[in-house]
Design a protein around this ligand. Sequence first.
Ligand code: CMC
Length: 433
Amino acid sequence: MVQEEAILKLPNGTEHRIKARKDTAAAKPIFGGRSILPALQGVCLYRGYSVPDLVDQAQALEDGVAYLLLVGEKPSVAQLAEFRKEIQKHMLVHEKVKAMFSNFTINAHPMAIMVAVIGALSCIFSELDPLDEEHRWLACKRLIAKVPVLACWAYKTSIGQPMMYPRADLSFAENFLYMMFATPMEEYQVNPVAAKAINAFMILHMDHEQNASTSTVRIAGSSQANPYACIAAGVASLWGPAHGGANEAVIKMLEEIGVPENVPNFVADVKAKKEGVRLMGFGHRVYKNYDPRAKVMKGLVAQVLQELGIEDPLLKVAQELEKVALADDYFVQRKLYPNVDYYSGIMLRALGIPTSMFTVMFAMSRTVGWVSQWNEMVSEGQMRIGRPRQLYVGPKERKWSESKARRGGSPVDRGGVRKRASLKRFEEGKELV
Ligand code: CMC
C-alpha cells in the first residue's frame, strides 16, 4: 500500500487533507476486489473472464463460476467435483432456522425475511473465527449453498405455501425453480428455458466491485463480525430502489406508464425532476456508457419471451422509453444508459417470478460476490476497521444549561397532579384506577 493524501475542498473554501490508501495493484478501487473491472471502459470481467461469455457458456455453480470468484482461478476437474459436492451438502438448512419462518406474517416482503434469516444463521454458526482460513471457506460455501434455499422459503412463506427442500438430483437453477414453484401435491417439471434464464441472471449479478452492498459487507466484516451477520447487512443495503431494489421499481414504473403513448409525458416529468419521478433502471455510478450486463439482459429478454411464446406489453413500454431517453439531451449529457436492472424484471416476469422476489434473486446471486470480497479482505490482511472520516461542520463547543421553566415543572409534580385528579374521578365513580 502507498500512502497518499486526498484534498477535500468544501463549498465554503476550507480544505481538508486526508490520508488515503492507494492500492499498488493495477486498476483497483480503494477496497480491492479482484472480480471485476475495468468497468470504466464498459467492460465487465470476473477475474479476467468476460461476463457475457460466462453467461453464454457456463453454469453458475456447476461449471465453477462461483468458485472462480471465490478462489481466483477456474477449478480443476477434481476441485470442481469437490466444490459441487460440498455446496450440495450445505444446502440443508438447520431446522431451527426453518422454524423461524413460521413467525413471519403472510405478505411480509421476502427481503425483510431474508435480512432476518440470513442474520439468524449467525446464531447457528456463532463459533466461527473469521481469521481462520478453513472457517472462512466453510462460511463462504454455506452461504452460497443456503441463501437460494432461504430465498425460496421466504417466497413460500409470503404466500403461505409449504416450503420445499432442495433436491440432490437438480442443478442450482433447476433447484431454484423447483423450490419456488413445486408443491408436495404434484410432480414439478423444470422448464429448461427457465433454468437457462435463472443461470444467466445468477451469473450477471454475482459481483460488481465496490457497490453499496459490497462495501457494506466489507465495512461490517472489517470489525471481524460474524460473516452471516455481515451478509445480512449487505442484503439490507441492497434492498433500496437506488441499488438492488431498482429491478422491482422498474416494473412499477413501467406499469404506471402503462402504454408507449404515455412515455413522452413520463420523460418530461423525469427531466423536470418532479418529486419521486426518476427513470428507474437507468444510470450508474461507474458506467458512463451502456452497462454491458444490460446488453446481455436485453438479448436474454427477447430470447426468453420468444422461446416461451410470451408477449409482455411492458416490453413495448420499456423499449419505447429506452428509445426516447437515449435520444434526449438530458440523458445524453448526463451519460445515463440502461443498467442491468432495466430489462431483468421483464425476463423474470416471463418466468412467473413475482416482483417481490426480484431483489431477493439479486441478493442470492450477489452473495457469491459478497463472500468472495469478504474472504479476500480478510485473507489479504485488509482488516483495518472501516471508519469513514466525518467532517463536522456544526456549532462549536457550547454549554448546556437546564431550567425548571423550560421543563414546565418537575415530573414528580406533574405525576402527583395527575394521580390526585385521577383519584378524585375514581371517588366520583367516573374512572377505574
Ligand atoms: N433518472 C433521472 N435522472 C438521473 C438518473 C435517473 N435514473 N440517474 C441520474 N440522474 C441525474 C441526476 O439527477 C443528476 O442530475 P443533475 O446533474 O441535474 O443533478 C445526474 O444524472 C448525475 O446523477 P448522480 O445522482 O450523480 O448519479 P449517481 O452516480 O449518484 O447515482 C444511480 C447512480 C444508479 C443511483 C442513479 O443513476 C439512479 O438513481 N438510477 C436509478 C436507480 C437504478 O436504476 N439503480 C440501479 C443501479 S445499477 C445496479 C445496482 O448496482 O444495483
